[in-house]
Write a protein that binds this ligand. Structure first.
Ligand code: ATP
Length: 321
């Protein structure tokens, strides 16, 4: 199993601001990998370094086996990139932009591009200036895919699009991954990312807080509601790491990470404790996990640090793929 992207100990500073702080991660080939984080978390800076558009102060980045610092131009030729603020020539039609861009790529670009436009139902003879945001986004995606890149990198591709177009866009990401392409997606749309991502990394103030397969993250994390007889001043003790806790009257709400999670046994143990009258639990959404890790107002999480999740290169199951 090869990795499409390798990032090792990467730091990037702008003056006194550390935009990316000692980040290491791997993106396995053929998956949809989502980079989540609030504004200013460092996602775009990391993506720009991967594509050789910014230089790290420390660490190494590799994309498709090439060094981002030494081979940035070659990487940008191989990768399909949708930037946060893509620019298109407004006075061109969709077809003219394809013809223009084809000059930078090899044979087949223009016919692939025309097919992609047709599949997204974008009229080739329409001027960019006369298109909706959603239609422009589809032109940008068609341009990024027309040279059939093995890796598609998208920085907030769905921001500003309406729900239906966002959904269509993200579903096409899953199709891309199903056809063997790797997709790196940076996004604020946590609910939608949850529907498409295989792997999730959560960044906060330049640091990587979570890195895991999404299914593994959800299988090892549980949201508990424990109702007490009276207002207890401390939450009930839990096995595993408490990512966040809060109290509402007689109820404690806890988000707990436990690699050896046994819901029935934990429920029974909690019910056995004096003062506990009811225990309820559910698998948390990615958004609940995100908020617990980042803190509701962007502040650091209040409770104990969780065990780090296995990194892609340590995850035995992944190595067997
Ligand atoms: N060229 C630059 N010069 C100075 N500071 C920068 C520069 N680029 C980014 N930063 C700062 O680095 C930090 C990380 O920014 P970055 O754009 O990477 O975050 P982000 O996670 O992509 O946020 P957003 O989702 O808002 O785009 C921010 O504090 C930002 O202001």
């Amino acid at each position: 199993m090869s990795n499409a992207i390798e990032v090792r100990g990467v730091t990037k500073r702008f003056g006194r601001q550390t935009a990316v702080d000692n980040v290491s991660l791997s993106v396995p080939a053929g998956c949809v990998f989502a980079l989540l984080g609030e504004n200013g978390a460092g996602k775009s800076t990391l993506i720009r370094m991967l594509l050789g558009l910014a230089t790290p102060d420390a660490g190494e980045l590799q994309v498709l086996g090439r060094s981002s610092t030494a081979d940035g131009e070659m990487i940008r030729r191989q990768v399909g990139y949708v930037s946060e603020r893509p620019t298109l020539y407004d006075w061109m039609t969709a077809a003219e932009i394809g013809w223009f861009t084809a000059g930078f790529y090899g044979d087949g670009f223009e016919s692939n591009y025309r097919q992609l436009l047709a599949s997204f139902q974008v009229p080739a003879d329409r001027k960019i200036a006369h298109m909706s945001k959603g239609m422009r986004a589809k032109v940008v995606l068609s341009l990024a895919l027309a040279h059939r890149p093995p890796l598609l990198v998208m920085d907030e591709p769905t921001s500003g699009l309406d729900t239906l177009v966002r959904r269509e866009f993200l579903e096409s990401m899953v199709d891309q991954a199903a056809s063997g392409r790797t997709v790196l997606l940076s996004s604020h749309q946590i609910g939608e990312v949850e529907r498409v991502a295989d792997w999730v990394a959560i960044m906060h103030e330049g640091r990587l807080l979570e890195l895991s397969r999404l299914d593994q993250m959800k299988a090892t994390t549980r949201a508990w509601t424990v109702t007490m007889e009276g207002a207890a001043s401390a939450p009930p003790p839990m096995g595993g790491a408490v990512l966040a806790h809060s109290r509402h009257g007689r109820q404690w709400q806890l988000l707990v990470r436990d690699a050896d999670l046994d819901v029935d046994a934990t429920t029974a143990q909690l019910m056995d404790r004096s003062g506990v009258v009811a225990v309820d639990s559910h698998t948390p959404s990615l958004e609940e996990i995100f908020v617990a890790r980042i803190g509701p107002d962007g502040s650091p999480p209040p409770a104990s640090e969780p065990e780090p999740m296995p990194t892609p290169w340590e995850d035995e199951r992944l190595q067997q793929l």
